[in-house]
Design a protein around this ligand. Sequence first.
Ligand code: PRP
Length: 210
Amino acid sequence: MRPMLNIALPKGRLGEKVYAMFEEAGFGCPSIKENNRKLIFENEENGVRYFWVKPSDVAIYVERGAADIGVAGKDILLEYQPDVYELMDLHIGKCRMAVAAKADFRDDRRRTLRVATKFTHIARNYYASIGRDIDIIHLNGSIEIAPILGLSDVIVDIVETGTTLKENNLTVRETIVPISARLIANKAGFKFKTQQIETLLSRMEAKTHD
Ligand code: PRP
């Protein structure tokens, strides 16, 4: 019997788009559309088992082999550097990692810059690359408040439409890196289930380049 392909999907709107892509590629699982609180869905016929997980946890499931493949944002991959294969850019969930500040903020390079962020690794790397001394303030959300309350000088955060910044009177100062959703695979799982994963990849590649 063919082994089941375990797939971690990011819960939420992005995950629903991703599922639709898998379904179109012939890896559907009709029970996933039942509106209940279940988190695991299986379709033996197509050899797939899907789990809904918190978007920032997808890479952990895949790295440790609880899922063979999954979809994670490039932000998470850059921040946590999980030991997984990055197989494909899905060209969805597009946004960018950026530095933002209050409109009237002027950087004084003689002072240590106070940076509030959830993405401490990305922020440290970025400022090291431009030789700027920083003091990192790690926050878990609502990062935009930090410069308004004087907790930080700038923030490093995800910008998608720019609405959150605008509504909090902040402006983008630098773009650090563009972000999009990536298909990732567990390294051992990829060896055992190469055929299924390659089939999925080639069908998805055909679609993302339509
Ligand atoms: C992200 C990010 C910004 C917002 C940007 O937050 O941290 O706050 O989206 O989107 P916009 O440019 O379209 O306004 P998210 O909603 O993912 O929640 P979080 O606060 O948990 O990061």
